[in-house]
Write a protein that binds this ligand. Sequence first.
Ligand code: ADP
Ligand code: MG
Length: 494
Amino acid sequence: MEDETILTGREAQRRIVDSAIFVSDRVRSTLGPLGMDKMLTDRLGNRTLTNDGASILKALPTTDPIALEMIGIAKAQEQKAFDGTTSVIIKSAEMLKNADLLIDENVHPTKITKGYREGMNIAVAAAEAKAVEYDPYEAAKKVATTAMTGKTAGGYSELLADICAKAANCSKPQNIKIVGLNGDLNNTELIDGVAVIKEPCLSGMPTKVEGSILLVDEELGPPMANMSLTDPSKIAEIAKVQEQYIKERIAYILELDVKAVFCQKGIDSRAQQAFRREGIMAFRNIKKGDIHRLATSTGASIVEDLADIREDDIGSGKVEFIENMSKSYTKVEGTVSGAASIILPCPTEQTLQEISRALEDAIGVAWIVANEPKLVTGAGTIQTQMYQAIVNSEPMKDSKAEAAKQAFAKSLLIIPKTLAESAGMDIMDSMHELLTGKDLGINALEGSVSSMSVVEPLEIVKSALQSATECVVGLLRTDEIVLSRPIQELFEDY
Ligand code: ADP
Ligand code: MG
């Protein structure tokens, strides 16, 4: 777009398709269990290896408006469904490419839109009809395994998928925290609660307690005396008042038989000593996210003023300080649950990042199916089934819309095709076998076409198809690309 200010008609449409294919080509080869990795490097010489479509797209230094639009769909898919980003891009690009061929044959974009929407409805209905309902834990474990396919995490998928499934069955993704350490991945551990990277604020406090837990969002110390003093007797007097103030505050806490205090702000040294004397484990400067997770897990409310603390503000659970070579932490297992933490020991920072990302996606997908445990068969099976449903459906009256509907069906096959391609299989032979058989998929690891046990959540397959179609339809209606004044200015009130 840099050299031209306006592209119209066919020129604009061709540019859209070219950009879509450019973006799709960046991620195409990473699809599936045998997908290749990409090395991302920046001008500062930093580099990282990744197989994750969303990360690759985010890293593209493009200002091309169409490419950015495509990247937008991938991001939306990532946020909504946690997986399927590569597929959504490849599918959208293929749909645009096939639409372009129809435009060459004088089919108007509105007819294409009509046929594509019809194709999508048939495909979604077919996916719903093929979906099988599972037990939520089993479903979550299966999809977490698929989500980690082809990534570094895939090597440990048995252990990690079990952890993701258990975590997703007890808490929302926002309440699941991943804590990276240095060590061996085989020692990955799920905590039914919160791991806080903190130690008790004073040595000599207990390292393990069980019972009432208090969460505070108030500085545990006296109000600051904001004056300069020279008279020593005055200083002593103020110290006394402050001492009294702390005593009163702590008395509120002691009355409630609290065993552990987590404070979002600071804790004054006199308060720390008082807690130690009473055998209370106290922690200061706890992060906001952690304090909220602690509230969920222990059933406590976050108290803002100790003076109006009530009994039901107090939560409960077990608190234990775990000393570790690379990073010590405190494990809090609340009695209410609803938050989880995964202790993830990794050999290097690079593996930690890659595995955390894969785990976050796997947890998200696991959570989606834990709530809606319907699954379809992956590895290109579901796309082939959707293709067959469209091809066998009642023809539309309008010949051009029907041609578009068929083109939509054909676009779905890009997924099995790409899986076969990245597995080094003969594409024509594999597609022939796939389409003449029934309910088969691409067994990438064995290089054959067979009945597959890889599963994908129905929800994700549906949402990916819907967002790809809507994006494509939106782009098809575009017949002019204009280099504009800043868009923000166009909508400002003068
Ligand atoms: P995405 O970003 O779209 O999730 P992935 O690289 O994760 O891309 O690949 C997902 C695709 O790989 C899905 O279509 C899934 O069904 C397929 N897949 C997963 N495991 C296998 C397998 N063992 N054989 C063939 N295909 C597989
Ligand atoms: Mg994936």
